[in-house]
Design a protein around this ligand. Sequence first.
Ligand SMILES: Nc1ncnc2c1ncn2[C@@H]1O[C@H](COP(=O)(O)OP(=O)(O)OP(=O)(O)O)[C@@H](O)[C@H]1O
Ligand SMILES: [Mg+2]
Length: 347
Amino acid sequence: MPTSKNYTTSQISIYIGIITGIVSFLVVLTTKQNILFALLSLLLVFSTCFLTSKYFIEQFIYRRVKLLYKFIYQTKASKREEFFQKNILPQQSLDEVGEEVLKWADHRKAEMEILEKNEAFRKEFLQNLAHEFKTPAFAIQGYLETLIEGASENAEVNKKFLSNAHKNTERLIHLISDLDEITRLESGKQQLHLQDFVIQELINDVFESLSLKMSTKNIRYQIKKGCEQPVLVNADKEKIRQVLINLVDNAAKYGSEDGKIEASIYKTDERTVLIEITDDGIGIAEEHLPRIFERFYRTDYGRSRNIGGTGLGLAICKHIIEAHSQFIQARSTPGIGTTFGFTLKST
Ligand SMILES: Nc1ncnc2c1ncn2[C@@H]1O[C@H](COP(=O)(O)OP(=O)(O)OP(=O)(O)O)[C@@H](O)[C@H]1O
Ligand SMILES: [Mg+2]
């Protein structure tokens, strides 16, 4: 049973036909006093009113609805759509059409919101980028200008300024290669080269490659006792190397002097391995934890820049791990230390 909201054109026409038919029946009956005449007029008026009102209402609805649909779809109707508009649409009540338009408007609103968010994201990214480039570029310019203006005559100043300019050039190169990496990862075009390998061997490789950096702070490093049993994982080895380098590099940068970095490996179930890198350094306050995987995010802006960070390392890690359909997370207590954990598929 259709509700009053959902009358079709035929139903409206029937009601109009019945009402006018009954009125004419009563008029003829009272004037002519002939029931046969009255019945004939009822039939005649009913069918004429039914047919004409159905025709005009459909024309009216059809024209309006067609306009609405043209507006919604912004395309020329195909043969199928023409058929739909001619034959199906007139059967729909205006309320149903209205609902469809509202749905379309909601959809459009959601699209606009996504576009606005992307726009804000793009603006923020460009702002950060400009800022990141500006600092080392201006520093290099400053050192070189001072040298040109005469400081180069003093051998000691000369060397200091050149080495400072060199450090800033390294910062720029670090930033460019991180950006290059992150844009390649974000484009999603990079394919993973999956292979089976022993995760402990890769961790030891990474420890070795960063041993010099760790030794300058006298930091010890090791695979946690009890986690030495070789575990085979299936992943893109070079990309996971990059993740481990970024995590161990952070652990060394933000770790304490004479501290310790430990890697642990756990099989959480048949198919998953959890790898954790733990340090006993400065830690990360709770309010920063949810944001550290964002591009350019640093907990202590000034200090981590002094240590040479661009704030892209963890964003790269997250991309790589998510490309493997796995997850990465951090737990930390300021003053006690930080643990980064990520999962991989075991074989
Ligand atoms: N092990 C850690 N201990 C304490 N803070 C950390 C640790 N790892 C990361 N952080 C914080 O998270 C921020 C983001 O880390 P991320 O590796 O993305 O950037 P970065 O180390 O500053 O620069 P990059 O790695 O690009 O050279 C760091 O600036 C630091 O504030
Ligand atoms: Mg880092």
